[in-house]
Design a protein around this ligand. Structure first.
Ligand code: NDP
Length: 274
């Protein structure tokens, strides 16, 4: 049986992206960040999600160089922040990210938010980076169907990934369906709803019946929906816990119960009003 770290999502251009990765938002302490990434890789994680705004690309790069796993066996994602958007600006922002990470290419580069008036030009620059083989896949984040429709009118290459807030309180079913119809893989950000559901009675009962934790049940729910999932933790035991999700399966009834928790409730900002 493949380990959780060998579960891949096939992107529309044939690139394989690990289905479970480590999120790094709010990893601001340099030493803690390097340690968390190194521990994650030593446990088997192969995908790391960062962004220029997280201000930890240097530490992610340091950890990648020290971890003993070849760069080509890792999948590194970064994102262009809102005040870096536009065509030329994005090319420069990418250069800064590569320099901070001290890498020669990225696996995936995303428009962080659809900044009105510039997200189309931002994505066109991402397409150019892809043409120049500086990134292995193109993508966006926080894009609603309307943003994607707008992109489709100019894009030569459709984004391969859309990274959006997604968890049992915000299941995003219509957007997931739209992305699936257009061969766009979906990554769930804040997959644990930033810890706000850890005491939820429905999730707790399911977790207890499997002898697992609520966090593990939530991660399993993402995986069984074929979502890419990037829980963040700086805590070694939790990084490990979040990956121990191969030894149980949620039944259809349990998946439906969790689906029914949807309240269209965000823990973060709405892409229409950010
Ligand atoms: P998560 O839903 O991953 O929750 C992270 C929080 O949960 C942290 O406080 C962490 O604590 C805690 N935690 C992690 N594992 C466990 C566990 N097993 N049991 C209990 N608590 C746990 O939230 P994030 O917002 O960090 O989202 C994940 C990633 O998604 C980000 O790190 C980032 O990479 C990406 N992201 C992208 C955004 C975008 O706009 N594209 C926006 C926001 C996030 P601790 O670290 O102390 O262990």
């Amino acid at each position: 049986m493949p380990t959780i770290f060998e579960h891949m999502v096939l992107l529309s251009n044939g690139v394989q992206m690990p289905q479970l990765g480590l999120g790094t938002y709010k990893m601001t302490d340099p030493e803690e960040t390097v340690t968390a990434v190194e521990k994650a890789v030593s446990q088997g994680y192969r995908a790391i999600d960062t962004a220029s705004i997280y201000q930890n690309e240097k530490e992610v790069g340091d950890a990648v160089r020290n971890c003993g796993v070849p760069r080509e066996d890792l999948f590194i994602t970064s994102k262009v922040w809102n005040d870096e958007q536009g065509y030329d600006e994005t090319l420069r922002a990418f250069e800064r990210s590569l320099t901070a990470l001290d890498m020669s290419y990225l696996d995936l580069y995303l428009t962080h938010w659809p900044v009105s008036g510039s997200y189309i030009d931002t994505y066109r620059a991402i397409e150019r980076l892809y043409d120049e083989k500086l990134i292995r896949a193109t993508g966006v984040s926080n894009h609603h169907e309307s943003h994607l429709m707008e992109l489709f009118t100019v894009a030569n290459i459709r984004p391969m990934v859309n990274q959006v807030e997604l968890h049992p309180m915000l299941t995003q079913e219509p957007l997931r369906q739209f992305c699936s119809d257009h061969q766009i893989a979906v990554t769930s950000w804040s997959p644990l709803a930033r810890g706000t559901l850890l005491d939820d009675p429905v999730l707790s009962a399911i977790a207890e019946s499997h002898g697992k934790t609520v966090a593990q049940v939530m991660i399993r729910w993402h995986l069984q929906h074929n979502l890419i999932v990037i829980p963040k933790s700086v805590t070694e035991s939790r990084i490990k816990e979040n990956s121990e999700v191969s030894d149980f399966q949620l039944s259809e009834t349990e998946m439906t119960l969790i689906d029914a928790m949807n309240k269209d409730q965000r823990t973060g900002t709405d892409p229409d009003t950010f």
